[in-house]
Each structure stands twice: as structure tokens, then as C-alpha cells.
Write a protein that binds this ligand. Structure first.
Ligand code: GAR
Length: 196
């Protein structure tokens, strides 16, 4: 099967990136990670890339808090193209992507979000589900468009909310589901591309 060339973007701990790299290593996911890029210099996700001997880079984000400066976003496009990336994987990347990336990779950017979208887009979605008194939440893999945590839904997994849950216990349970869902959704995409 064709090995899809992935580029992973993240801002933090990188547990989804690790799950993807482990899934490739075990042979379940027919892909290769060409580069891991972070907008945070000390982000553990870059350390995980080094642990798996994957090329990695820090991208200085510029002066804005919630998005990249256009010049940085164009640099990001260049880095991903230079690495031959075919599919961009957002794994805890906490900035909204704009035209340079969306036009360079149309329908080729995926994100994972810790809720059953369209419910609870935005930050710390598990806290929103807990505060609403929901009994079930989950995680969603979706195609990225110009709106925050929005776009065609590719896969979802449900997670129960238990009576004694704290934000921490609930997010930990959602992350276990994320680590299974994200590699499986990417593998499914590889298989469907192979079929065409
Ligand atoms: C994940 O729970 C992911 O769903 C969330 O950030 C976390 C990153 O964890 N993303 C969003 O909230 C996007 N709006 P990780 O760095 O351990 O993969």
C-alpha cells in the first residue's frame, strides 16, 4: 500500500503525535511522518519527533496569539512542501490556520478535537461538556476549514462522562480514545486513496 507522507503540527505534549508514530512503527498505519513542526520552542512534541528520529522544526509564530503571522504561515507552507508532505495532521496545534495553508493544502488538513463536534468547539472542550452536565462526550477527527474546530467530520468516538469525573480524569479518558481514533482515521484515508 502507498505510504502517505504526513506532516504533523502541534503546540504541546504531543501524545497524539506519539500514537501516530507508534501506529506507523507497528505497521498498522501505512504512512510516514516527514516532519513535525511546532510553534512552541520547548514543546514536548518536538522531543517525541527526535525520539522517533523524525525531522522536526520550531516555527516562530510571530506577534499574534491565536494565529500565525502571514509571513510565518507562508514559511510553514514552504517547510511542508519541501518535506513532500501530502497530508497535514494537526495534533494539538493551537493556532487557527488561514488562507496560505488552506489554499496550499485544500481538504488535506485534518484536526482532532476533544468533543463530539459540532458540540463544544474551542478551548478545553471537555470542561464545556462537564459543565453542561452531559453524560457522553468524545472526540472528532475532521477536515480543517476556515472556522475553528469546524469542517467535514471524518470519524468520531464516544466517551462516557462518569459521576466523579474531574476535568483531568475526563480529558485523560478522551485522550485514550483520541489515540485509537486518529491513527485509525488516517489509515482509513490511506486505504480509500489506494482504492482510487
Ligand atoms: C488533544 O486533546 C486535542 O484533541 C486537543 O488538544 C489536545 C492535544 O494533546 N485539540 C484541540 O482542542 C483543538 N481545538 P496532545 O498534544 O497530547 O496530542
Amino acid at each position: 500500500m502507498k505510504r502517505l507522507a504526513l506532516g504533523i503540527l502541534g503546540s504541546g505534549k504531543g501524545s497524539n503525535c506519539r500514537a501516530i508514530l507508534e501506529s506507523i512503527r507497528s505497521g498498522e498505519l501505512p504512512a510516514e511522518v516527514r516532519v513535525v513542526i511546532s510553534d512552541v520552542l520547548e514543546a514536548p512534541i518536538l522531543e517525541i519527533a527526535r525520539e522517533f528520529s523524525v525531522a522536526n522544526a520550531y516555527l516562530p509564530p510571530g506577534e499574534f496569539r491565536t494565529r500565525l503571522e502571514p509571513k510565518s504561515e507562508m514559511e510553514l507552507v514552504r517547510m511542508l512542501r519541501d518535506a513532500g508532505v501530502e497530508l497535514v495532521i494537526l495534533a494539538g496545534f493551537m493556532r487557527v490556520l488561514k488562507a496560505p495553508m488552506l489554499e496550499a493544502f485544500p481538504r488535506r488538513i485534518l484536526n482532532i478535537h476533544p468533543s463530539l463536534l459540532p458540540k463544544y468547539p474551542g478551548l478545553e472542550a471537555w470542561k464545556q461538556a462537564l459543565a453542561a452536565g452531559d453524560k457522553i462526550t468524545g472526540c472528532t477527527v475532521h477536515c480543517v476549514d476556515e472556522r475553528i474546530d469546524h469542517g467535514d467530520i471524518i470519524a468520531q468516538s464516544e466517551v462516557p462522562i462518569l459521576p466523579n469525573d474531574t476535568p483531568e480524569t475526563l480529558h485523560a479518558r478522551i485522550q485514550i480514545a483520541e489515540h485509537a481514533l486518529y491513527p485509525a482515521a488516517i489509515a482509513e484515508l490511506c486505504r480509500s486513496e489506494e482504492a482510487h
